[in-house]
Design a binder for this molecule. Structure first.
Ligand code: ZN
Length: 350
């Protein structure tokens, strides 16, 4: 694996990661700043927000999880770049997860900046009034995946999740792959990278030699590629394609949304492809054993970093949805897995 190793460039971030503290605000180019924003009660601990200062414009990438503490860290980071919230003209969010989009609504309110998401990103909020039906349908799907009755409550998306979703900013702008972020003096090219979410985007900044990779490519962990229902047909196939799109250069510095900066994007992409293929192979071995009847049966037979029994609540849900995305992918490769993953098609009348 040594040939696939990255080169860490965010040394202070790496040290902070090891010491379990928040990394410092850093000036990574003359007009580019890295601002860590706390992500409370989560093992990732912080989101790396980026401030890019153009001619008459200033753009914030991924403002982070919504909390008063996060707001203070963001304000302090802006001050290091001699800016306040009112100087911001745009907020680009790599994807809709609350540890990225969370503070965008508050930043917009304070700055009147636009908020942009990828053109294919979906916000999960069900139509108003349909919440109960939506939650009921979620439970039916989880039961189809073999989740035992007594575990359904802990992983069903409930009221708390819904209230977080409701607080997320609806975007003012949508960014298409291949377009430039509409901010003067910032040559930020959008690369559509679906997989982690349907509308995830990365930003390539050739002039600065930087790639803002969101959660698509992180230096240490492999992002969760969940099957979402409703959602894209084959998210793992999308992810593989998106890795090919972004793995074009080993020299540029990668600015991820978590952990620490590095260079060696092509090598990291190779390692992520390899890790996911190994995971698919592991799923195949469990299937070959012949005893698994459900997504749950397969998931509990796979290796998990802290063990299957440690998975509870949202991480358990992510584990099941990751397993389901491998099953869908294997099926798309011609394998008949005989495991129910999607709602059965309505019966056709004879
Ligand atoms: Zn994230």
């Amino acid at each position: 694996m040594h040939g696939l190793s990255i080169t860490v460039t965010g040394h202070e971030q790496k040290a902070a990661w090891r010491d379990k503290i928040l990394p410092p605000v850093e000036q990574i180019r003359e007009d580019v700043w890295s601002i860590p924003v706390p992500f409370p009660n989560h093992p990732l601990r912080y989101t790396l927000s980026y401030l890019l200062i153009g001619r008459d414009e200033a753009v914030l990438v991924d403002p982070g999880w919504a909390s008063d503490e996060g707001w203070r860290h963001l304000a302090a980071g802006l001050r290091r770049g001699n800016l306040g919230f009112t100087d911001l003209t745009g907020v680009v969010v790599t994807h809709q997860h609350a540890d990225h989009l969370g503070l965008a609504a508050r930043v917009r309110e304070a700055s009147r900046a636009w908020v942009a998401l990828g053109e294919h990103e979906t916000l999960h909020l069900p139509a108003v009034g349909d919440v109960a039906a939506w939650i009921a349908a979620d439970r039916v799907r989880l039961a189809l995946w073999g989740v035992p009755e007594e575990r359904l409550d802990e992983i069903t998306l409930g009221e708390r999740w819904l209230s977080t979703q409701k607080a997320l900013a609806a975007p003012d702008l949508r960014l298409a792959g291949g377009s430039l972020v509409p901010a003067g003096g910032l040559g930020l090219r959008v690369v559509a990278t679906p997989g982690h979410t349907p509308g995830h985007v990365c930003l390539v900044d050739e002039a600065h030699g930087l790639i803002f990779s969101g959660d698509h490519v992180l230096p240490r962990i492999s992002p969760n590629i969940s099957l979402q229902i409703p959602g894209p047909a084959n998210p793992l196939a999308d992810y593989y394609q998106s890795l090919d799109l972004i793995g074009f250069d080993d020299e540029m510095e990668v600015c991820p949304a978590h952990e620490y900066r590095f260079s060696g994007m092509r090598r990291r992409v190779e390692a992520l492809l390899e890790g996911n293929r190994a995971r698919s192979a592991e799923v195949l071995r469990v299937l070959a054993g012949g005893a698994a009847r459900s997504v749950w049966d397969i998931a509990r037979s796979l290796s998990w970093s802290r063990g299957w029994d440690s998975l509870q609540g949202p991480p358990l849900r992510l584990a099941l949805a990751e397993t389901a995305s491998h099953l869908v992918y294997l099926e798309s490769q011609g394998l008949n897995v005989h495991i129910p993953v999607r709602d059965p098609l309505p019966a056709v009348a004879p």
